[in-house]
Design a protein around this ligand. Sequence first.
Ligand code: NAD
Ligand code: DAU
Length: 367
Amino acid sequence: MSKTLLVTGAAGFIGVNFCNYWLGRYATDRIIGFDILSYAGNRHSLEQAELNDRFEFVAGDILDQTLIETLLRDQKVDDIVHFAAESHVDRSITAPDLFLETNIMGTHSLLKAARQVWLTEQADGRHRFHHVSTDEVYGTLAPQDPAFCETTAYQPNSPYSASKAASDHMVRAYHHTYGLDVTTSNCSNNYGPFHFPEKLIPLCIINILNGKALPIYGDGQQIRDWLYVEDHCRGIDLVLTNGRAGETYNIGGNNEKANIDLVNVLCKLVDEKFNNNPELKQRFPDAPAANQKTSDSLITYVSDRPGHDRRYAVDVSKAHSELGYEPKETFEKGLSKTLNWYLDNENWWRTVLDGSYREWIDEQYGS
Ligand code: NAD
Ligand code: DAU
């Protein structure tokens, strides 16, 4: 049977990838893509989804409970997939308030709307609220510690992860107290197309192409588990479709890398692409590889992030045994596909960086 999903944060990095994934996989499902279009949300990124008449974009704030309730009723929404959030740890350190407002109060506003329409008015028991969370809620690991599993105690260390942890607890409470059908996934560091260039991988790709420094925080030995975004979308699909109500599932890439090692691999990959394709030297004349240098010459150690978590690692055995989840993309291929995407979509990152995509939106859709 066909479904209608309300996808919050649809114009952000994972939201865009998820809309494209879902519309491609489920030929008759509809998506209402909902987003406030903050600095991280880009309507331009939804171009592919918007070609599809099963996709509709609605601009709005998840804190607007009345608007969400109207959408749930009028659009006959079956399930919510909730991505909308403030997502960047560094921003949460310099300006935490918005993280509490969006991630905690915003999630609560959605839960209230779902309770009102799905439990009080409709009470047909066929709706699901899927909450997208992060492995950062579990805190940090020492080198020999076992990976985070779903029963690991929450120990969030940044204002960002603390706000996500609080939202996870509210989702759980709405299941336990009111019987709302909820699932939560806690995933590791995603990478892939449409990743906003404040995050490590896209920032480094673009800085290499522009011949700018690659800032490595602290000693660069912090470890993250890198997950190709399409694997994450498939993981969410499995949880939404077959996960047990009230449960949480970890989704990871089985791919731990120290930051400095990752950046070195990326540098080599860029150098190889430039050597194999001389046209790139003309397109990006400031890149080291266009000037008989190697990209790693741009690596610059800078002050560490305050409270920087040392290591994340995610144990996916619950999602594997219950849902058949496993990451499919290898890191080498995933990184190469990501780099190719940024090389092929220079216009996207240039407009995102200079903010002129807002003019593009006005041209396309009126202000
Ligand atoms: P992102 O910052 O790229 O996108 C977030 C989107 O939410 C943006 O489009 C923004 O405009 C929108 N948004 C913000 N406030 C809103 C509001 N009040 N109302 C409506 N929309 C609003 O983030 P992302 O990387 O795509 O992450 C999506 C979700 O996945 C987040 O909840 C994040 O915590 C979680 N997550 C991300 C990663 C990762 O590696 N990127 C890993 C684990 C979990
Ligand atoms: O683990 C999941 C989380 O991954 C998500 O919940 C967050 O939304 C997402 O932003 C991401 O958080 P990180 O802080 O791990 O991602 P970021 O890309 O900001 O940084 C990755 C690592 O690289 C981290 O150890 C900090 C480091 N770093 C980052 C930047 C931007 C640098 O050394 N230099 C940099 O310039």
